[in-house]
Design a protein around this ligand. Structure first.
Ligand code: SAM
Length: 276
């Protein structure tokens, strides 16, 4: 098979290698070059499907340096596939400037659609899908994260984020405080062995993941305001947290998740424990 010259933006699996499309495999085999976020990572996909095309790195650390030579090859008529480690390139992954500059230079850009964690997570989450906003990774620092969620609080749509497991509980608590205690779904390890979708209020999810630190890759999907479960059920959160935390820690986690004062939540936790 010969490929028409151009830049092919090729989606690859987000876990299960069986999710690669027939068209992507054919294009990877026939291309002059595969640009990879990490060549070792893409080597596994290529080995599984007998792809022997030359691979070269294209990632945030070398993009500025190598882009002119890639554009020159494309203008000479090469067919080049761009892939990332997982899912669709450019979606919280490298490639935007390459596509932009190649398009400006008159190069044909051909999408090869396939997996993306945000669509996979959203599609199975049970959240409304008619209007959604994907906001990528929230900032890591607490102050910036608070402003980031606050800026999204007026948007009448399902919100979708990526998040690292180490930050999930704090991030969910910050979402609850800024957006209100909306219904949400944490989609973990989609298409992999330990795939898990957990749907509860944001504060309940924050308490759960504070008590049970998660592993793996995560998409958070939040229902629009007013969709389901807007009120914080402090008692339910405390009961869940008290299974695995001291009274003091449970009160702190639920206070963080609900936006209520630590003192009030502590008093409620004491009452639930029957200590007064
Ligand atoms: N381009 C990718 C896509 O289209 O989904 C996303 C790349 S971004 C650097 C990686 C993030 O995507 C992970 O930290 C996680 O939030 C999310 N992600 C990727 N694979 C996932 C999976 N199998 N399950 C849940 N989330 C996943």
């Amino acid at each position: 098979m010969t490929l028409e010259p151009g830049l092919y933006v090729a989606a690859t699996p987000i876990g299960n290698l069986g999710d690669v499309t027939y068209r992507v495999v054919e294009a990877l085999k026939a291309a002059d070059l595969i640009l990879c976020e990490d060549t070792r990572h893409t080597a596994r996909l290529c080995a599984a499907y007998g792809v022997e095309t030359r691979r070269a790195p294209y990632h945030e650390h070398n993009a500025e340096e190598v882009r002119p030579a890639i554009l020159a090859k494309l203008l000479e008529g090469a067919s080049i596939c761009l892939v990332s480690d997982a899912g669709t390139p450019l979606i919280s992954d490298p490639g935007y400037k390459l596509v932009r500059e190649a398009r400006d230079a008159g190069v044909k850009i051909i999408p090869l659609p396939g997996p993306s964690a945000l669509v996979a997570g959203l599609s199975a989450s049970g959240a409304p899908t008619d209007r959604f906003l994907f906001a990528g990774f929230p900032p890591a620092k607490a102050g910036a994260r608070k402003n980031f969620f606050r800026d999204l609080s007026g948007i009448e749509a399902t919100l979708v984020f990526y998040e690292a497991p180490s930050r999930l509980a704090d991030s969910l608590a910050a979402m609850a405080a800024a957006l209100g205690d909306r219904q949400a779904c944490v989609a973990r390890e989609i298409t992999k062995l330990h795939e898990d979708f957990r749907e509860e209020s944001l504060s309940a999810l924050a308490a759960h993941y504070a008590a049970h630190p998660p592993k793996g890759e995560i998409v958070v999907i939040i229902h629009p305001a007013g969709a389901v479960g807007e009120t914080v059920d402090v008692d339910a959160l405390l009961k869940e947290a008290l299974h695995s935390m001291t009274l003091k820690d449970a009160a702190a986690a639920v206070a963080g998740a609900s936006g209520l004062s630590r003192k009030d939540v502590y008093a409620r936790a004491l009452a639930l424990k029957g200590r007064r």
